[in-house]
Design a protein around this ligand. Structure first.
Ligand code: 7RM
Length: 632
């Protein structure tokens, strides 16, 4: 019999080395690890290492080791943007595809440690390319296909990518995504020009420009499916994934091989209660961490059958997601609250029109889920027979840290992420940085390292330490606020820092501001997150104009959002602009966002201490603008 959660959790805390040493056996190692972990979150001896001495390859773990028993079973089912014939791959076929791409990479001179950027649509080749990188030890850096050419250029330069993998075009909700065209723009914007070649997959078959000597079609390269996997050290980098923080440019979050592999395998197996042969569908794009850990690595390391959909859950209508569930007999579905809320708004008939008897477990991730949406997901979608797992984690954490386990009925609590996974020690800190005992609310931190933890910010180790380990010395600070109830269950409240979560996509207000400030009439901007019933949060921008300019309520919002689209991508869009004569500042000239946040929430009467304010008059002016609804 399985030990209870309590017993297993206590063991994971009292003997972490023994616990995680045993858990490493879930992977196939070339050399078993010598030391389970060594970590300190303190400045003097700051380091994080898991499974040192061990060697393995995750592509081999995802594919080769399943061949003996299940080479002819389905590994991947690809469902196109609009309903049509699905394409399937067995483990054997997928192994072949991955090896062929790995050989293309080798042929282009890519070797262990080189960075390879992927800018791909949600097609099987995106997954194959990630595994091909892992196979030869190249570090993949996937950039979401919805990001702009300028964002892509920044990321290529930051990690000095040697190769870019893309497709002619992508398809999303009936729209064409001009990937290769964006790639061409990005390469001309790139400062460092490190990219030697562009490997292009043909997807829509559109004619795209190909630069002689630089751009190569994958299908035109010689096919060779014999590619031995490179033996990787446990702490060798696996991938870089860029994510927004409260300051500066997005950070390259670096994950390594052994610990990430062990952690994603176990969390997937336990939290989705995966049983061999089941079909698992994660609707996240490969451009996000959910796509890395629970679309690719976690499921494939467990030998799961994946459903991959190029497109969006509500196109051509709100029944599409349930039609796919019915068509492919999906057993486990993992999606985001934004999708759930928007589907709920379209009514139950879209759901009930499709057979969902295959569904067994329902997962959600990315934002807080409101109890109404949770209950709809559970009762209407899951007919009240499928447990819901509301999973809290981050790009930085590599895998799920706090989540229900589906077998435990006491953890079906609408709106709560319930309890920590094995080995995870969350704590809530008060304003003095003291740990809160029992029920309470505070900053959510983690006390002890776990195998899936990020290892550094690529190229900037000081930024890693400064961002996550200085606010509360000795702890990993998540940036989130949380509440713990009497039963010890956690409720995530949202970000405490200048990160805004729009439909589960992270944006730093600093990035948005610096883009808005490029408009030739804008003097200064301050961006805050406001609550939004559909997308969780939305952007509100307070803007001041250069001398002699006047606010044009017709033209400026469009122009400014157009800039955001070009600089960041379509996910960055300001919902409400508030023109202001001046922004509240300290005497040293720092914008006081706390005040703007309060004003945006209509809490102008609770501004607290304004004595540090150099220009108190502007607060009243902004309040007036907000009241008369002059904002646009
Ligand atoms: C996996 C992912 C991380 C931020 C995180 C939270 C928020 C994620 C939940 C959640 C409430 C959840 N990575 N968040 N999951 N909030 N309940 N179940 O989303 O790096 O892109 O974002 O997302 O604020 O800090 S992420």
């Amino acid at each position: 019999m399985m030990p209870s959660y309590e017993t297993e959790y206590q063991r994971s805390l009292s003997d972490p080395a023994g616990f995680w040493a045993e858990k490493a056996d879930i992977l196939t190692w070339h050399t078993p690890p010598q030391k389970t972990f060594s970590a300190s979150f303190h400045k003097e001896d700051f380091h994080i290492k898991w499974y040192e001495g061990g060697t393995l390859n995750l592509s081999e773990n995802c594919l080769d080791r399943h061949l003996e028993t299940r080479s002819h079973e389905t590994a991947l089912i690809f469902e196109p943007d609009v309903d049509g014939p699905a394409k399937t791959y067995t483990f054997q076929e997928m192994h072949k595809e991955v090896c062929q791409i790995a050989n293309h990479l080798r042929g282009l001179g890519i070797k262990k440690g080189d960075r390879v950027t992927l800018y791909m649509p949600m097609i099987p080749e995106a997954i194959f390319s990630m595994l091909a990188c892992a196979r030869i030890g190249a570090i993949h850096a996937v950039v979401f296909g919805g990001f702009s050419a300028a964002s892509l250029a920044d990321r290529l330069d930051d990690c000095e990518s040697a190769l870019l993998i893309t497709a002619d075009q992508g398809q999303r909700g009936g729209k064409i995504v001009p990937l290769k065209e964006n790639v061409d723009k990005a390469l001309s914007l790139s400062q460092k020009k490190t990219v030697q070649n562009v490997l292009v997959f043909q997807h829509t078959g559109a004619t795209v420009s190909m630069e002689e000597g630089r751009d190569l079609y994958a299908h035109a390269l010689p096919a060779n499916a014999d590619c031995p996997a490179v033996e990787m050290g446990s702490e060798d980098p696996l991938f870089i994934l860029y994510t927004s923080g409260s300051t500066g440019k997005p950070k390259g979050v670096l994950h390594t091989t052994g610990g990430y592999g062990v952690y994603t395998t176990h969390t997937f197996k336990d939290i989705f209660d995966y049983k061999p042969g089941e079909r698992y569908w994660c609707t996240a794009d490969v451009g996000w961490i959910t796509g890395h850990s629970y679309l690719v690595y976690g499921p494939l390391l467990n030998g799961a059958t994946l459903v991959v959909h190029e497109g969006v859950p509500n196109y051509p209508d709100a029944g599409r997601i349930w039609q796919i569930v019915e068509k492919h007999k999906v057993n486990i579905l993992y999606t985001a609250p934004t999708a759930i809320r928007s589907l709920m708004a379209k009514g139950d008939a879209h759901v009930t029109a499709h057979d969902r008897s295959s569904l067994r477990i329902l997962g959600t991730v990315g934002e807080p889920i409101n109890p109404t949406a949770w209950t709809w997901y559970k009762d209407v979608v899951g007919e009240n027979r499928c447990p819901v797992v509301d999973t809290w984690w981050q790009t930085e954490t590599g895998g799920i840290l706090i989540s229900p386990l589906p077998q435990d009925p006491t953890r079906q609590k609408a709106g709560s992420v319930t309890k920590p996974f094995y080995g995870i020690q969350p704590a809530l800190l008060d304003e003095q940085g003291q740990e809160i005992e029992g029920a309470g609310e505070g900053a959510l931190v983690i006390k002890h390292s776990w195998p899936g933890q990020m290892r550094t910010v690529y190229g900037d180790p000081d930024r890693f330490f400064d961002t996550y380990f200085t606010t509360y010395p000795g702890y990993y600070f998540s940036g989130d606020r949380a509440m713990r109830d009497e039963a010890g269950d956690y409720w995530i409240r949202g970000r405490m820092d200048d990160v805004v979560n729009i439909s589960g996509h992270r944006l730093g207000t600093a990035e948005v501001e610096s883009a808005l400030n490029t408009h030739n009439c804008i003097s200064e901007t301050a961006v805050v997150g406001i609550d939004d019933p559909l997308t969780s949060q939305a952007l509100m921008a307070f803007v001041t104009l250069k001398k002699g300019k006047t606010w044009d309520a017709e033209a400026f919002p469009n122009e400014l959002n157009h800039i955001l689209r070009d600089v960041i991508g379509p996910i960055a869009k300001v919902k409400i602009f508030v023109p202001a004569g001046d922004l509240p500042k300290t005497r040293s000239g720092k914008i006081i966002r706390r005040i703007l946040r309060k004003l945006s929430e209509g809490q102008g009467d609770q501004l607290g201490d304004l004595s540090t304010l150099a220009n108190p008059q502007c607060v009243e002016d902004i309040q007036k603008t907000l009241k008369v609804g002059k904002s646009v």
